[in-house]
Design a protein around this ligand. Sequence first.
Ligand code: GUN
Ligand code: ZN
Length: 431
Amino acid sequence: MGEDILLTGQLVDFTDDPFSNPFEECALYERRGGIVLRDGLIVARGGADALRAAHPAARVVDYGDGLILPGFIDAHVHYPQTAMIASWGKRLIDWLNSYTFPEELKFSDPAYAAEIAARYLDLTTSHGTTTMVSFCTVHAGSVDAFFAEAQARGQRVIGGKTCMDRNAPEGLLDTAQSAYDDSKALLQKWHGQGRLEYAITPRFTPTSTEAQLEAMGALWAEHPDCLMQTHLSEQLDEIAWVRSLRPEARDYLDTYEAHGLLREGGLFGHAIHLEPREIDRLAETGASVVHCPTSNTFIGSGLFDMAGLKARGLKVGLATDTGGGSDFSMLRTMAAAYEIGQLRHAPLHPSQLLWLATAGSAGAIGMADRIGTLEPGSEADVVVLDLASTPAIAQRAAQAGDIWEALFPTIMMGDDRAVQAVWIGGAPAAG
Ligand code: GUN
Ligand code: ZN
């Protein structure tokens, strides 16, 4: 048995969803709180003095006024787009063709894939993100690189080979059969290895034929405990393209539903311009949608209806969508979600923003019992925030009347400088 480690500081955690209940009833706050880590798990949570008394042999790491939180969970990213993040001046389809596909072609080289996987996980760790659900590229080597790097770090990550059999450069295309075969081999190699999980990953309907989506649906039926990730209704041009490619479909979601790709465990990125039937079906089936706010403003996609979709009971995760999103930071992502809420006249409370980046994303990816929480028994992935990381933030936080007002300037103005420490699987990873 490993040693007990007691982390002390301020502490916020959630016991329920602050979109469904008053946030005061959902959030747990300790001015002087802590958690005890043992063998990669959290074994106790509570007031610092009580924990010290109950665990006298524990090694204490005191973060002072630092705010102890569950590590951030980024529910939709493309790690291969790390090196082309913040590419200027295009909208979705042109952006894919001009910037994304040329970069993804480089992943035919396993050495390049390994370099970017390590760079991406370094960057995200320094920003306090401990779990992400990533698209890889069409190349099996890009999946191996991502999982091998995460495994070496003891990190819980989810990833999958991006499948495309049309409307992309020759070097990024597979076929229905090879997508099935390669995805299956990768799934068998990596799914359930330690903290790694596989997600079946058709990119989106414009780049997958019916035959390929059918093959992905068959693979998912054979491996029902996997996640499935794709894109849905991000831009109006994209939706019109889907309509012309699949005129028989009732709507965009139907192009997935027709092939067994709509059920719980399905993660639909963006989901901005939804038809009433699509919202009904997402709600009925228990599938999840993933809000990518910095991407939606950066690529000019539109304003996600957080309040409306949460009110319908949809599971919603939060994500950077690196590199369509313009920042690796989940703080910046929360800020963008707030700004989009403002534009829709439905501002989000800081507790709702923080919940989305932790327990909300964990619930959307079906892992709420393991991550996104500090509850005893869960995995010890933790971020500690300095709520006074810059002079601008510090002078505003000094005026705060409660923890939410103290946290909000860091959500709106914070970056990796606000990340005081990161623990992954019970071991220090940064700070
Ligand atoms: N739709 C299909 N592929 C992508 C991608 O890589 N990024 C974004 N933002 N949207 C997509
Ligand atoms: Zn995406």
